[in-house]
Design a binder for this molecule. Structure first.
Ligand SMILES: Cc1ncc(COP(=O)(O)O)c(C=O)c1O
Length: 440
């Protein structure tokens, strides 16, 4: 029996290769793929829970005031994941009425749930208010006005956070940068005072604090400090203007993760230390008490816990007979990231991981777009139809962004741990796909 070493910062904590086969959570991935069909997504429970705990423990260690971690459900959300979030003592950020429904189904305390979104619907706002979410994160003055009339006369005021556009460039891909002054998200800095005044004048609302999220895949410490600097400066301004010191500061999520072995590991502990220090220093500078610090990580909690499994369906050779593409049974509809912003991934052959690497090959998705290429120049062993390709760091912004393009049912999701795998989201069926469809 041979054990092969995997990059521990790319693959789940429990991932191991035994006699050439990939195991996750003690389960033989090739067997799971045979039992559940492909494409298939796995979540390693130990890695998922470990990341949640790492955030909680590190913030409690470094931050001088109260702190909490809200998992950003947009990265991946279903009832089982929300149950784990609750079990690990985290809160949850949602962005739609249905995500709110999932939180409720999972038995989450609504006080631990925040509703985000730049264009929340009337029914979504109403549901959030009726169910008593901890905070609605207000993105615009128009939303504030709607919320003020919705909550007018309510016995218990609805807590709100104001989302601020802090005018910070996140140095990340333009599609996931959200902190610039012209970003579609958040109140311009110039409107923060006016927004706060409207909340103070709305008897059904209570201003809890300020929020910003500058983007995703953030690796630079300076940007974390800059975000905290802007938020605390605005909090001090509001205190000086209105005589009210806000109780909560939420600098968002966004901590980056490596997708390839050449990228440095995610260090949740170092992030929490930096963030805590930034808030502490800024509070001293502005004479503020350390507020409740809420962080909202998504990707850095769930990305590395996830592995996607595809089956090789066919090969395409070039005119010279060289292998050009491996065609697999999934692609951009279950993972849009490579097509959307050129994301790179790491892969291996789950059923023959110890085979010698062949020439680098592109792994093409099955969907009808030339841009549907999951991996470019992947150093995989020479694969044949039937081989299983396992893609690492596949937990975040994959299934949650999945579509039904070409009417291909969306994959199943298994939770693996202790040598067993539980189905936590079944594969979509053709009946599911046609259920909304009416004949003339
Ligand atoms: C408001 C907000 N908070 C948190 C997150 C989570 O970011 P990440 O998954 O990069 O940690 C996002 C992601 O877009 C977001 O928009």
């Amino acid at each position: 029996m041979t054990h092969l070493l995997l990059s521990s910062h790319i693959w789940p904590d429990t991932a191991t290769i035994i006699s050439g086969r990939l195991y996750v959570g003690g389960c033989d991935v090739t067997e799971l793929a045979a039992d559940h069909a492909t494409p298939l997504y796995l979540l390693d429970e130990a890695t998922l829970r470990g990341a949640m705990r790492a955030y909680r423990v590190a913030l409690a260690r470094y931050y001088p005031g109260p702190s909490r971690v809200h998992y950003a459900g947009k990265a991946l959300l279903n009832t089982a994941v929300a149950q784990i979030v609750a079990e690990e003592g985290l809160g949850l950020d949602v962005v739609s009425g249905a995500e709110l429904l999932v939180a409720r189904r999972a038995g989450m305390s609504m006080g631990q749930v925040h509703l985000h979104g730049n264009a929340k619907g009337e029914a979504e706002l109403r549901r959030a208010v009726e169910w008593g979410v901890g905070a609605i994160v207000v993105d615009s003055l128009d939303e504030l006005d709607r919320l003020a009339s919705l909550t007018h006369g309510m016995e218990r005021p609805q807590g709100v956070l104001l989302r601020v556009a802090p005018n910070i460039d996140a140095h990340t891909h333009a599609h996931i940068a959200t902190g610039g002054a012209t970003s579609k998200f958040g109140l311009p800095l110039e409107s923060v005072g006016a927004a706060a005044a409207r909340v103070f004048n709305a008897e059904g609302l209570r201003l809890l604090g300020l929020h910003a999220h500058i983007g995703s895949q953030i690796f630079e410490v300076d940007q974390i400090r800059a975000t905290v600097g802007v938020l605390t400066r605005e909090m001090a301004r509001l205190r000086d203007t209105f005589g009210v010191e806000l109780e909560e500061l939420s600098p968002g999520g966004g901590l980056g993760v490596p997708y390839t072995a050449d990228m440095p590991p995610t260090n949740i502990d170092a992030y929490a230390a930096t963030l805590s220090d930034a808030v502490r220093v800024a509070c001293v500078a502005y004479g503020l008490r350390p507020p409740l610090l809420t962080v909202e990580p998504g990707r850095s909690i769930v990305a590395r816990a996830g592995v996607a499994i595809y089956r090789v369906v066919a090969r395409k050779l070039g005119p010279d007979g060289a292998l050009l593409y491996l065609h697999v049974d999934g692609g951009m509809a279950d993972n849009i990231r490579p097509a959307l912003y050129g994301a790179r991934y790491t892969a291996l052959l789950a059923n023959r991981a110890d085979a010698a690497p062949g020439p680098p090959v592109d792994v093409a998705g099955r969907y009808c777009e030339s841009g549907d290429v999951l991996l470019h120049a992947a150093p995989l062993p020479s694969a044949v139809p039937g081989d299983m390709i396992a893609v690492a760091v596949a937990g975040a912004y994959t299934l949650s962004m999945a579509s039904t393009y070409n009417l291909v049912p969306r994959p199943a999701l298994l939770l693996a741990g202790g040598g067993a795998a539980r189905l936590i989201q079944r594969r979509e069926t053709e009946e599911d796909l046609l259920a909304r469809d009416s004949a003339l």
